[in-house]
Design a protein around this ligand. Structure first.
Ligand code: GLA
Length: 655
């Protein structure tokens, strides 16, 4: 299979006369795969049980005759209008009890049995009709599950939630105990009294909220699974996927990743934000990690502007290419876009496409064609892997859901926190994996654990064992604050990690952001809004707080445990602070950057036999490397890379 290069293709928005031209242009651009039918339900099933596949037959036939593979979508992301008119009970209900109207997309309740029945009937038909089509290379189930319908609060959801809870807890007494319903008179006498956490006068039960987030991710996953099961039964040899959305809070992708045959992702870094290449890098690293290092597909990106930000800046010349190579370097086996031809009508007509509204005499088209042809030269990269990372950041959806609830010691933006650590590692030139609670940590030299708010005894013990057996463990504030029931950790914050780290937390001391506190010692830094009063039982104090409630107390500690080291950071820090902490930690390890001495906003990642160097800078820059550049076939030494320039070096050396 060639590297994927293509897009969401929505020919149903165009007269058939345009299709021939589409195919001609796809050939010109070097397109290899197209995703078809993502939102086509209403045209495939015109009314209840009346299917019309003739137009899709012609589309697939045309693509096949051009040698283009088809990633066939199941079309279930946008239920048809006749369906919601006939069965309004499938519509979503928000936490205030408002029913959301059809007329956009994803206007369904994931727990609706009627929605699933109709969706599965269509999927069965598609599997029967296209399962042995020679163009079919993959099934694309739904689209971006949960993007527009993350949580539903209807009566049907209440029923499904109760069933989920009964399976989890077994008895209402167990639920009462673990939800702590003795508080505020919340005791239930039967599951039939339990509701989704709808809008309420004040704080809702935190365990109910956490369980509802878990349930809602599962409900979406059940929708995906119902369709995937049909497809797998019909076509066991065709891989099944659904497109993820990076660090997306409503869906616990650790659970989802187990259910797809390959990982695919949609990424839309904001071209107007100079640093957004770092968000994109995070997303790529997450996808590679979810797939345990296996190649993944960039299923959607924009050739230029999107239409859904308050201001939709275009990608600069070269920026789309640079971001594409970043994805390739970090493990992608395909570069796909939303969408092929920019729409003329509908809510996305201002969104860029491979064929822009300006036509083919345009910068965007030329950049698309250039990339398509370059990828043809890089086929050897397909199936190879990004070099194994030696550092992992632990992320966890339970923690994300829980730490962002109301009524906590401080508002924490979990995604921003995780991104800040990932960025700080990027700034050191280090490629990072993500790890979940169940990831085998032994392959990493350093594991960073940012605010793992929810932690079970099993997780804290696993982290301790990792450090004891030679790992470098960096735990940060707000870790193991609560257990899996969102109850404060037994035996004190940090749970069993307290012994490994050699510290005990006596008091949380968040402070206004206008009153930062300094850290002084081996590492100098500044807090944002968090400090703690901690007691050091058995650890070296690396830095102390200067000022604030914890003045003079330990802020950063290190303890040797077994053959490894365990660090505790009792603060949140500015970006420079995180970088400084990492510098101290990395000094104790053998971890080095891929290419030392790179200028800011230039990344270098090793994949297979190549070192891919990508500049995200808006100026030219000279690089301390030499090697054979695969793209030009020429040898380079201290090359000057133009804005958003790319090098793919064989036998790279640092000079
Ligand atoms: C998402 C969707 C696409 C499209 C793009 C626009 O990624 O999957 O259908 O709406 O956003 O950026």
């Amino acid at each position: 299979m060639a590297l994927w290069f293509g897009a969401d293709y929505n020919p149903e928005q165009w007269p058939e006369s345009v299709w021939e031209d589409d195919i001609r242009l796809m050939r010109e651009a070097g397109v290899t795969v197209m995703t078809v039918g993502v939102f086509s339900w209403g045209l495939l099933e015109r009314s209840d049980g009346e299917f019309d596949f003739a137009w899709l037959d012609r589309v697939l036939g045309l693509l096949h005759s051009a040698g283009i593979g088809v990633d066939l979508a199941t079309s279930t992301a946008s239920p048809p209008q006749w369906l919601t008119a006939k069965h309004p009970e499938i519509l979503m209900v928000d936490e205030w009890g408002h029913t959301l109207s059809p007329g956009s997309r994803q206007h369904y309740n994931p727990s609706s049995a009627t929605y699933r029945r109709y969706a599965c009937r269509l999927v069965q038909k598609l599997a029967e009709r296209y399962g042995s089509h020679p163009a079919l290379v993959a099934w694309h189930v739904g689209n971006e599950y949960g993007n527009d319908n993350p949580r539903d609060y209807s009566d049907e959801t209440a029923f499904a939630f109760r069933t989920w809870l009964a399976a989890k807890y077994g008895s209402i007494e167990a639920l009462n105990d673990r939800w702590g319903t003795a508080f505020w008179s919340q005791t239930y006498s039967g599951f039939d009294e339990v509701l989704p956490p709808r809008a309420a006068p004040t704080f809702r039960n935190p365990t109910q909220l956490l369980d509802f987030d878990r349930f809602s991710s599962d409900a979406l996953l059940d929708c995906y699974r119902a369709e995937a099961d049909i497809l797998r039964a019909a076509t066991p040899a065709i891989p099944v996927t659904t497109n993820f959305m990076g660090l997306f809070q409503p869906a616990d992708y650790w659970a989802w990743a187990k259910e797809v045959d390959f990982i695919s992702d949609d990424a839309y870094p904001d071209p107007a934000v100079v640093d957004s290449w770092k968000d994109a890098a995070l997303q790529r690293d997450l996808m590679r990690s979810l797939g345990e290092g296996k190649p993944w597909i960039l299923m959607e990106q924009a050739t230029s502007a999107v239409n859904w930000r308050p201001l939709n800046a275009p990608k600069r010349p070269g920026q789309m290419r640079a971001l594409s190579y970043q994805a390739l370097a970090r493990g992608a086996d395909g570069i796909m876009y939303f969408q092929w031809r920019q729409s003329r009508r509908g809510g996305e007509k201002f969104h860029s496409g491979m064929v822009p509204f300006a036509g083919t005499d345009s910068r965007i088209w030329r950049e698309v064609v250039q990339l398509g042809h370059e990828l043809e030269q890089l086929q050897a990269m397909e199936g190879t892997r990004t070099a194994p990372a030696r550092v992992a950041i632990m992320i966890d959806w339970d923690s994300w859901w829980s730490i962002e609830q109301d009524a906590t010691p401080a508002r924490v933006d979990y995604k921003a926190l995780v991104s800040a650590w990932h960025s700080a590692l990027l700034d050191h030139g280090i490629v990072t994996d993500f790890a979940g609670r169940d990831t085998d940590l032994s392959r990493y030299d350093l594991v960073v654990v940012p605010s793992l708010f929810v932690a079970t005894r099993a997780t804290t013990d696993a982290l301790s064992r990792y450090a004891e057996s030679g790992g470098n463990l960096l735990v940060t504030a707000l870790t193991a604050v609560v257990d899996e029931d969102a109850a404060l950790s037994a035996g004190g914050y940090l749970g069993s990690l307290a012994a490994t780290l050699g510290v005990r937390i006596k008091e949380f001391a968040p402070h206004p952001i206008e009153e930062p506190v300094a850290l002084v010692g081996e590492v100098d830094a500044r807090t944002l809004q968090w400090s703690e009063v901690i007691q050091v039982n058995d650890a070296i104090v690396v830095s102390r707080f200067s000022g604030g409630m914890a003045d003079g107390g330990a802020a950063l500690t290190r303890r040797t445990t077994g053959t490894g080291k365990a660090w505790y950071l009792a603060a949140d820090l500015t970006t420079e602070g995180l970088r400084a902490v990492l510098e101290a930690v990395l000094r104790e390890t053998a971890i080095t950057p891929e290419v030392p001495g790179l200028p800011a906003d230039v990344e270098a990642v090793r994949r297979g036999d190549w070192t891919i160097v990508v500049s995200h800078r808006r100026d030219s820059v000279s690089l301390p490397v030499a090697g054979l550049d695969l793209l030009t076939g020429g040898r380079v030494s201290r090359p000057v890379l133009e804005p958003f320039g790319v090098l793919i070096l064989e036998t790279a050396v640092s000079i």
